[in-house]
Design a protein around this ligand. Structure first.
Ligand SMILES: Cc1ncc(COP(=O)(O)O)c(C=O)c1O
Length: 386
């Protein structure tokens, strides 16, 4: 969470006091208004607000027709939810290397494409834009879907296009740790009418058929799905947060650039530094040992850095249920036990993405605060340069 205050309190209270804050047919229509605003923000034709980024990823995969018998390539450095979304659709996550920017490596993806591959899932981790031109070219060449996991990248862009809008669909998270937040929440965006229609049905399996006129003009037939709706209370808070988004991004990027300009250590490259959300300055070291020593020196002076190899479930080696191939509790629902998935690429091993592990232990993150002043940034730079 970066900024929150009276505007969110007022928006929440106003929605609450309507006593009418169920999304559909509510007098407030806060979620629907947020969706209109989020479409404008992301430059997409359709947006659906959901309970989480995981819900948005899963709904997108289901809507793309991905399921048992299919592989989806994910990076070995992302929150485990990216891989679990693939499993929840019944498909198999295939784990690929990251490049020097910490995002999905297009060259390794190409090597891991098989006859079963149906989609690529680049992840804009820490708001760092993935190599979308290269990944889109690979996807187009092989007839694959591109699903952008922009859960950590609300508001980010890639060479002038908003993250989430380049692929066939994009997923955002509004959980507490994200650039804007309602505590929990997510959004699926797409320009594809069929993906939108199926995701609409899947994300709101009951209410879409029961309340309101949501199925008007929908061509796709109803099918069983989930209940990932949010209430107008979430919509109201998200609308207030969205108003803050340009200011949050402007100040994050300004402070990141100021700090980067003062710091002597090598910085990790980026596929688009201007579009990167600015939440993180990534420093790169020759060796893991040098990185550790640098982080320890800064910690001794009161500045805590994050070495991403230490970030638990963001590192594939720590995705216990994936590495141990337990994709669901019930064996018949477990993609790793399904006949359709026999012979797919799930022979995971801790050392299968050595370049990913190498970057993760040779990189140190400085978390950026949009509310720092210049004096604070100079203090931090002097610790980093000390
Ligand atoms: C890269 C990434 N993907 C997916 C998710 C899932 O989002 P949520 O927690 O909203 O389900 C997260 C959340 O932390 C994430 O960081």
């Amino acid at each position: 969470m970066f900024r929150v205050g009276e505007e969110e309190i007022r928006a929440f209270a106003e929605s609450l006091l309507t006593k009418d804050f169920f999304k559909i047919n509510s007098s407030g229509r806060e979620v629907f208004r947020f969706e209109e605003e989020w479409k404008k923000e992301t430059g997409t034709a359709y947006a659906l607000t959901m309970t989480s980024g995981f819900a948005a990823l899963t709904s997108a995969l289901v809507a793309m027709g991905i399921g048992p018998g299919d592989e989806v390539i994910v990076p070995g450095y992302t929150y485990i939810a990216s891989a679990l979304a693939v499993l929840s659709a019944g498909a198999i996550p295939v784990i690929a290397e990251i490049d020097e920017t910490m995002t999905l490596d297009a060259g390794d993806v190409e090597k891991k494409i098989s006859r079963a591959t149906k989609a690529l899932m680049p992840v804009h981790i820490q708001g760092f834009p993935a190599d979308l031109d290269a990944l889109k070219a690979v996807a187009d060449r092989h007839g694959l879907r591109l699903l952008e996991d922009a859960c950590q990248a609300d508001g980010g862009s890639y060479h002038g296009k908003k993250l989430g809008s380049v692929g066939d669909a994009g997923a955002f998270s509004f959980n507490f740790f994200k650039v804007i937040t309602a505590g929990e929440g997510g959004s699926l965006v797409t320009n594809d009418r069929t993906i939108y229609e199926r995701a609409l049905i899947y994300h709101d399996a009951g209410a879409v058929a029961f309340f309101g006129d949501q199925l008007r003009d929908i061509r796709e037939p109803l099918f069983g799905g989930s209940e990932f709706r949010v209430s107008d209370l979430t919509g109201a808070v998200l609308r207030a947060q969205l108003k803050r988004l340009p200011g949050i991004l402007r100040d994050l990027r300004r402070n990141r650039d100021l700090l980067a300009g003062m710091v002597r250590a090598e910085k990790a490259p980026s596929h688009d530094a201007a579009g990167d959300c600015g939440t993180t300055l990534a420093l790169r070291f020759e060796t893991a040992k040098a990185c550790r020593a640098f982080a320890a020196k800064c910690a001794g002076k009161g500045l805590s850095l994050t070495v991403p190899i230490d970030t638990g479930k963001h590192v594939y080696t720590n995705w216990t249920q994936v590495m141990e191939r337990r994709g669901a509790f019930h064996p018949a629902m477990d993609p790793y036990k399904m006949e359709a998935n026999r012979g797919l690429q799930w022979d995971y091993a801790p050392d299968m993405c050595p370049r990913t592990l190498d970057y993760l232990e040779r990189t140190a993150y400085v978390g950026i605060n949009p509310d720092w002043d210049e004096q604070k940034i100079e203090e931090i730079a002097s610790i980093l340069n000390g």
